[in-house]
Design a protein around this ligand. Structure first.
Ligand SMILES: C[S@@+](CC[C@H](N)C(=O)[O-])C[C@H]1O[C@@H](n2cnc3c(N)ncnc32)[C@H](O)[C@@H]1O
Length: 296
């Protein structure tokens, strides 16, 4: 959905843009194609490998700043404040193919590697620490909430029995002992996704980032958020409903109810990929693009 994403940003040639999930730099490069000499692009990522790629790719471009940052912290960062207000902010949530394809990172159940899954390897607990140190109840909650995994309890009991679990192969083997054989791959995907979301605090970071993005946008600035699973998209949707003053009519009199239209979603519903895009890239099936314009 690159074309739709760029159309959503409606790039002004001399505008200021924040790519909050730089990754391999694909979106950043497309933004830069539309920027003039006076336009500015701040690209952030929390992953040092991604930052090395981004610096290599854009380091010589005077319009670009590449900066290591968790997007959950954009509201309190001096570099971000130095470039703001932005005419557009882009989020392309989740992990990059570069992260998934590197066995050393431990994101993939298809490749043997250490059970790490941290996007920023300089801090925080790895997936191995989560699996081996969290209590049973917490692990069940994680698999249910972030993986929507129906066999969460049985999987966690098997994991606790098998501790210590330190590699992707070990985790895979344990999950396979309790997964429905017809749902083997789906179960593995759900378990790995749930752990990744927990390890990286993904949902909380999205909530912080969206609130801060609103503050950092210029009036008429555009927020563009691309989600790859329903948990991410639900956060964005909920945020936009709040920004649109969802309770304006029904609860006008209630204290604390949102009454102001601070952002307007255009279109109101998420944009979904067309069939031809799904045919060429099955991973795009669950992609949802939301675009909103700051009103006040
Ligand atoms: C789907 S990829 C982005 C791909 C990118 N749009 C491109 O065109 O190559 C997501 C990227 O966001 C980064 N990321 C995820 N959560 C982040 C966070 N909380 N703060 C900063 N970067 C984050 C990941 O490290 C990854 O590189």
């Amino acid at each position: 959905m690159l074309a739709e994403t760029l159309a959503g940003l409606k790039i002004k040639p001399d505008g200021r843009y924040l790519d909050a999930t730089g990754g391999g730099g694909g979106h950043s490069a497309a933004i830069l194609d539309k920027l003039s000499e006076t336009g500015r692009l701040l690209v952030i990522d929390r992953d040092d490998d991604a930052l090395a790629v981004l610096r290599e790719r854009f380091g010589a471009d005077a319009r670009v700043i590449v900066h290591k940052l968790n997007f959950g912290a954009i509201g309190t960062d001096a570099t971000v404040a130095g470039v703001a207000p932005f005419d557009g902010i882009l989020f392309d949530f989740g992990v990059s193919s570069r992260q998934i394809d590197n066995p050393e990172r431990g994101f993939s159940f298809m490749q043997p590697g250490p059970l790490d899954m941290r996007m920023d390897r300089s801090q925080g607990d790895s997936a191995a620490a989560v699996v081996n140190e969290y209590g049973e109840a917490a692990l069940i909650r994680i698999l249910r909430e972030y993986g929507e995994e129906p066999r969460a309890k049985r999987i966690v009991q098997a994991l606790v029995q098998a501790r210590p679990v330190t590699t992707t192969e070990q985790l895979r083997a344990v999950v396979e002992t309790v997964a429905d054989p017809r749902e083997r791959i789906k179960t593995l995907a759900r378990v790995f996704q749930a752990l990744r979301i927990e390890v990286n605090g993904e949902m909380g970071e999205i909530d912080h980032a969206l609130d801060a993005a609103y503050e950092l946008l210029a009036s008429d600035g555009r927020l563009v958020a691309l989600s790859y699973h329903s948990l991410e998209d639900r956060r964005v949707k909920k945020f936009l409903r709040r920004m649109e003053g969802e309770n304006r009519d029904r609860y006008l009199a209630l204290p604390g109810a949102e009454t102001q239209v601070r952002m307007k979603a255009v279109p109101r519903k998420a944009v979904q990929p067309g069939q031809s895009e799904i045919d060429t890239n099955p991973r795009a099936r669950s992609a949802r693009l939301r675009i909103a314009i700051k009103q006040v």
